[in-house]
Design a protein around this ligand. Structure first.
Ligand SMILES: Nc1ncnc2c1ncn2[C@@H]1O[C@H](COP(=O)(O)OP(=O)(O)O)[C@@H](O)[C@H]1O
Ligand SMILES: [Mg+2]
Length: 310
């Protein structure tokens, strides 16, 4: 079977996830190249160990860059730490004021607190970069190469984590607002309120995109090996809780040749897991990719992967 439905006009965001080393970057990059044949496409890496550049055999890095040799395709590697540092710099005073107006902490303690990260915020800020780009409308398709499962799930759960923090922060503010209103009779929204409100809006925008199966799809990548199959199971279960749509599954590195005894053994050991995947995920569109003789690096090899994926 081939990947289905990715050319649908409504579908904007396609996320590739799975265990480390199973072929996420290769599949995401190949998919982005295929989609670029019909749509202006942006390939985004959110894996701190960025490897889109290696896969394409050309430098990408921070910022949006043209992918040489592929018309209609751009790529970017998001640096979550940088994005969060920018947010903190821009909102430093508001964050300080939040604690100053709502707690009895002295300025040194507040500085110490601000050195700790707000739960989920760096991940949410990376997602905000993506959602802003989607809403800006410069590109029609966004293909995301994610970090391995644990990190990817943290990214996906980050809006919920940040939302809980916002609720507590807003409660702290409520007491402050109540005090001001009691003394002066009125209260005007200040920059700290605006920051909290904007964070809340960002969380809501991300949650509604994730829950919209027409706009957003998560494609897990797996290989027919014990640990990868187990991790895929946990990933798909966790994704179910987040409301993200999973409709298809890529099974990579499938041994096709049985021309030598090594190949025969590998093929035999994969049979069990392929059968397990087939029965557990019969409801998903399953796409098999053979183990190629060489790594998937550079446009020529990526085209080989595209011919199997689509
Ligand atoms: N079907 C395949 N056949 C041969 N090599 C592959 C295949 N898929 C991926 N690879 C290679 O395996 C390595 C890991 O793939 P990659 O896409 O970087 O995985 P991930 O992003 O999940 O860590 C890379 O060197 C890649 O070129
Ligand atoms: Mg990768």
């Amino acid at each position: 079977m081939a990947l289905k439905g990715l050319n649908s006009v409504d579908l904007k965001l396609i996320l590739f996830g799975g265990k480390g080393g199973v072929g996420k970057t290769s599949c995401a990059t190949a998919t982005a190249i295929e989609l670029a044949k019909k749509h202006k496409t942006l390939l985004i890496s959110t894996d701190p160990a960025h490897s889109v550049s290696d896969c394409l055999s050309q430098p990408i890095g921070n910022g949006i860059h043209v992918v040489e040799g592929v018309e209609n395709l751009w790529a970017t590697e998001i640096l979550a730490e940088q994005v969060y540092a920018d947010f903190k710099k821009k909102n430093e005073q508001q964050l300080k004021d939040l604690f100053k107006t709502s707690t009895n902490l002295d300025p040194d303690d507040i500085d110490d607190i601000l050195k700790l990260s707000v739960p989920g915020i760096d991940e949410v800020m990376s997602l905000k970069v993506i959602i802003d780009l989607i809403e800006e409308g410069r590109f029609e398709k966004f293909v995301v190469d994610m970090a391995p499962s644990g990190h990817a799930l943290r990214l996906i759960a980050s809006p919920l984590m940040l939302d809980q923090w916002i609720k507590v922060a807003s409660k702290m503010r409520w007491k402050y607002r109540f005090m001001i209103t009691s003394f002066s009779g009125s209260y005007k929204q200040d920059p700290t309120d605006t920051m909290l409100l904007n964070l809340k809006k960002t969380v809501k925008r991300i949650e509604s995109l994730f829950r919209n199966s027409k706009k957003c799809e998560f494609i897990p990548v797996c290989i027919p090996e014990s640990m990868a199959v187990m991790e895929t199971g946990r990933l798909i279960t966790s994704l179910g809780d987040t409301g993200l749509s999973v409709q298809q599954l890529i099974i990579n590195n499938v041994m096709e040749s049985d021309g030598c005894s090594f190949c025969q053994k590998r093929k035999l050991s994969q049979q069990k897991y392929l059968a397990e995947i087939d029965s557990t995920y019969s409801h998903l569109n399953r796409v098999i990719i053979p183990l190629f003789a060489s790594e998937v690096k550079g446009l020529e090899r990526l085209n080989e992967m595209i011919s199997v994926l689509f």
